[in-house]
Design a protein around this ligand. Structure first.
Ligand SMILES: Nc1ncnc2c1ncn2[C@@H]1O[C@H](COP(=O)(O)OP(=O)(O)O)[C@@H](O)[C@H]1O
Ligand SMILES: [Mg+2]
Length: 242
């Protein structure tokens, strides 16, 4: 039971929602682990270099796995991965990320892969985050940060996901801007146009955290997306064999 979590932008709630998913899955008795294949932005804390997203995902899951598996590409500068990688002379390729994912999925019942920024963030001259999503072949969850402009970002993202042959398995709204006008009407518009199940609406939280956000995500609906993806994969496999 694995998902690729993408979002309408950076800073809109992907880590919060991914952590909430992990917290829910772990709370339901599953072995759940988060993965951030490329993390850009390290801060020194207690003499160690840490990435905030990677730490949040680790805290929300319940599987202990080496950092090299949970985040194969940790880059120092908080900027687009292709620029941060270039600065460090790093060439991001799919193989280490796919191997790390395979290793994590062998150790857990559920892997939640948090993408980087929006869906098409460049990793290098010849690779972007959408290529990673395709190579992983996972059902995609879109996090929509509710703020002005999110309808266009959400619809473009859904189109890009589907154009690559991936399944938009569901979406979660996160109220990042509590002063946004007409939030309900915006949600209605997205419900009508995204063509995928809404798995939850995380309100603007005073103290955003995995457990608090998890209360607003529908575990049954989330699990149903995985069951649906598994059925679809099985049908595709038997069609290919026929
Ligand atoms: N529903 C919400 N309520 C309050 N704060 C939120 C909410 N969603 C996101 N945030 C805050 O916005 C910031 C960016 O969220 P994050 O999950 O890190 O985004 P992303 O992973 O997309 O970059 C964080 O400080 C997070 O706590
Ligand atoms: Mg994040």
């Amino acid at each position: 039971m694995n998902w690729f979590v993408t979002g309408t932008d950076t800073g809109i709630g992907k880590t919060l929602v991914s952590s909430a998913m992990l917290s829910l899955l772990a709370g339901s008795g599953l072995r759940a682990v988060g993965m951030k294949p490329v993390a850009a932005g390290l801060e020194e804390r207690d003499g160690e270099w840490r990435n905030e997203d990677v730490e949040q995902l680790r805290a929300a899951g319940n599987v202990d796995a080496p950092l090299a598996l949970r985040s194969p590409y940790l880059l120092r500068a908080p900027m687009s991965p292709h620029l941060a990688a270039r600065e460090e002379g790093v060439h991001i390729t799919l193989r280490p990320m796919l191997l790390a994912f395979a290793e994590l999925s062998a150790r857990a019942d559920a892997v939640v892969v948090e993408g980087v920024g929006g869906f098409c963030v460049p990793f290098g001259d010849d690779l972007d985050s959408a290529d990673l999503a395709v190579a992983l072949g996972l059902p995609v969850i879109l996090v929509v940060g509710l703020r002005l402009g999110c309808l266009n970002h959400a619809l473009l993202s859904a189109e890009a996901v589907r154009a690559r042959g991936l399944v938009l398995a569901g979406w979660v709204a996160s109220v990042v801007d509590p002063s946004m006008l007409a939030p309900q009407a915006n949600l209605q518009t997205l419900r009508a146009r995204l063509g995928a199940p809404l798995l939850g609406v995380v309100p603007h939280l005073q103290q955003p955290g995995a457990a608090q956000a998890a209360r607003h995500i529908d575990l049954r609906a989330l699990r149903a997306t995985a069951a649906h993806a598994a059925r679809r994969a099985a049908a595709e496999e038997s069609a290919a064999l026929a």
